[in-house]
Ligand binder design. Structure first.
Ligand code: ADP
Length: 268
């Protein structure tokens, strides 16, 4: 259930740990265009092992595109993505299939609209990636999947179909499906913004538990209080750039940049 390299959450983390060689993820100069629309200008970010980076910013600023580039769902046009000291992808040249597959393997995405397969049961949804894509033994994956479903209170729903579940239950399945891939990095794209308000709390609690267990994560969220509590670092994205990043309390309460201030002011 925990990542391969968990940290002790009670241990103080050096403020600049993410900038050292201990970084799990290093992104430099990431660029992405859709046709003539350059959506990511030059994104630099670092995520330390066991750290949580929260991305906040206005709609259309490029947050989802950052996650999709990290996960290899979109092909960036420039820049580099390094994962630990094991994988280095340079987008100045179009990376080969094996590099793209390696990048995809490192992370797992939790989507805003859950994106479960509608014609598969809960358990089949969780098994699909590890068994079909990763080719792991079905019996082993099934035991792990059932334990994960039990953990999120959904083992009784293993044979249900997504349409039979509430949004909160579907999103918990989405999280279990991501965990079952045993990724080094979890990516959350506004994981609670499709949920009815009364269902948001359970999902946020689960994500917080995963953070405390030491999972490394990048989370796009509009839940600023959640970002303050769970994140190691918050980055404010606007116009395809990271305008400001820093300690959650400092950035959310005393931002340095006027654009950050204006954005936060609008949400309050
Ligand atoms: P955010 O997550 O901050 O709301 P997005 O990353 O979804 O922002 O979108 C950033 C910009 O990229 C928007 O202008 C959006 O219209 C554009 N965009 C995103 N995906 C595509 C796509 N597949 N094709 C064309 N434009 C896209």
């Amino acid at each position: 259930m925990s990542p391969t390299d968990p940290i002790d959450p009670t241990e103080p983390t050096a403020p600049d740990a993410a900038a050292t060689s201990d970084a799990l993820l290093r992104v430099r100069g990431l660029q992405k265009s859709f046709g003539s629309n350059q959506v990511l200008q030059s994104i630099d970010l670092t995520v330390g092992r066991g750290h949580v980076l929260a991305l906040i910013g206005p709609s259309g600023s490029g947050k989802t595109t950052i996650l999709r580039c990290l996960n290899g769902l979109e092909l960036a046009n420039g820049g580099t993505i390094d994962v630990a000291d094991e994988l280095s992808v340079d987008f100045a040249a179009i990376p080969g299939k094996s590099q793209r597959a390696a990048l995809r393997d490192r992370s797992a995405m939790v989507f805003q609209h859950y994106n479960l397969f509608p014609h598969k049961t809960v358990l089949e949804n969780v098994l699909e990636g590890p068994v079909v894509v990763q080719r792991r033994p079905k019996a082993e994956v099934e035991a792990e999947a059932l334990a994960l479903l039990d953990r999120v209170g959904l083992s009784a729903k293993k044979d249900s179909y997504p349409f039979e579940l509430s949004g909160g239950q579907q999103q918990r399945v989405g999280i279990v499906r991501a965990l079952a891939l045993r990724p080094q990095l979890l990516l959350f794209d506004e994981p609670t913004s499709s949920l009815d308000p009364e269902l948001v709390g359970d999902v946020l609690r689960l994500i917080k538990e995963l953070a405390v267990e030491g999972w490394s994560m990048v989370i796009v969220t509009h839940e600023l209080e959640f970002a303050r509590e769970v994140a190691t670092e918050v980055a404010f994205v606007d116009g395809g750039r990271i305008v400001e990043r820093g300690d959650p309390n400092q950035l959310l309460r005393h931002p340095k940049e006027e654009r950050t201030r204006q954005f936060l002011h609008r949400l309050l």
